[in-house]
Design a protein around this ligand. Structure first.
Ligand code: 13P
Length: 249
């Protein structure tokens, strides 16, 4: 099966409405000739609406950077799936390492978010990855396996049609240190195996790499068989750099 390839921008806590408007208007002027690759922009909650409006005639789509796992109620400061769907946002990043480390999100919370997204027929982008210490202690495989098996424990293969995995080694995020092609290749293969060993068809799942992806290293990473695209942080804030990354996929 031919897996869908993705180029996803995680803008994190950057860009207000004015910045979002000016970025996406210049994005709309670019030729998106790489038809095999879907592009998704993930701004902060306050910029989602603006993004959806500007991209209404584009092949590019908008995603959120987080969501809560309950449908409504007394959860001050949280945003539900139906709120996102209502404004035309179908994609959501969950389990990002910054949410895990700064906001204490656990694997069980990621599972609850995944369950909620899938039951609401939304499209999750599930982030996983090991820390530097975990890698140095030879625990990478174990950590990936733990994160995936807890997150996907309530799921079945048929539900994962529009689910993306993003492998983001924590030590490579925002550091300028990219994982080597061998590390990325090994990790992506292990992720497919973990899915296969848990009753899923790993070869159908798009697995993106994230962690200091730039227009300078995208080509060699995108040539790896098991890399189906990128989740880009810093370099996605520059429209020309992000476009150059998209063109290397
Ligand atoms: P950088 O591309 O800035 O390393 O960030 C990666 C990331 O965290 C994307 O989600």
């Amino acid at each position: 099966m031919l897996r869908t390839r993705f180029c996803v921008a995680n803008w994190k806590m950057n860009f207000n409405c004015t910045d979002t408007k000016s970025f996406l208007e210049s994005w709309n002027n670019k030729e998106l000739n790489n038809k095999e690759v879907k592009t998704i922009f993930c701004p902060s909650f306050t910029e989602l609406n603006t993004g959806v409006e500007i991209l209404q005639y584009s092949d590019s789509e908008i995603g959120a950077q987080n969501v809560f796992y309950e449908s409504s109620g007394a959860y001050t400061g949280e945003v539900s799936c139906s709120m996102l769907k209502n404004i035309g946002c179908q994609w959501v990043i969950i389990g990002h390492s910054e949410r895990r480390s700064i906001f204490s999100e656990t694997d069980e919370m990621v599972r609850n978010k995944l369950d909620q997204l899938i039951s609401e027929r939304m499209n999750p982008i599930v982030c996983i990855g090991e820390t530097k210490t975990q890698r140095e202690n030879g625990k990478t495989q174990e950590i990936l396996s733990q994160q995936l098996s807890i997150a996907f424990e309530n799921q079945e293969d048929v539900n994962l049609k529009n689910t993306i995995i993003a492998y983001e080694p924590v030590w490579a995020i925002g550091t300028g240190i990219t994982a080597t092609v061998e590390m990325v290749s090994d990790a992506h293969k292990s992720i497919r195996n973990i899915f296969n060993n848990n009753g899923f068809n790993g070869s159908n799942i798009s697995i993106l790499y994230g962690g200091s992806v730039t227009d300078g290293n995208a080509t060699e990473l995108s040539e790896l068989t098991d890399v189906d695209g990128f989740l880009v942080g810093g370099a996605s804030l520059d429209v020309d750099k992000f476009y150059a990354i998209y063109n290397q996929l």
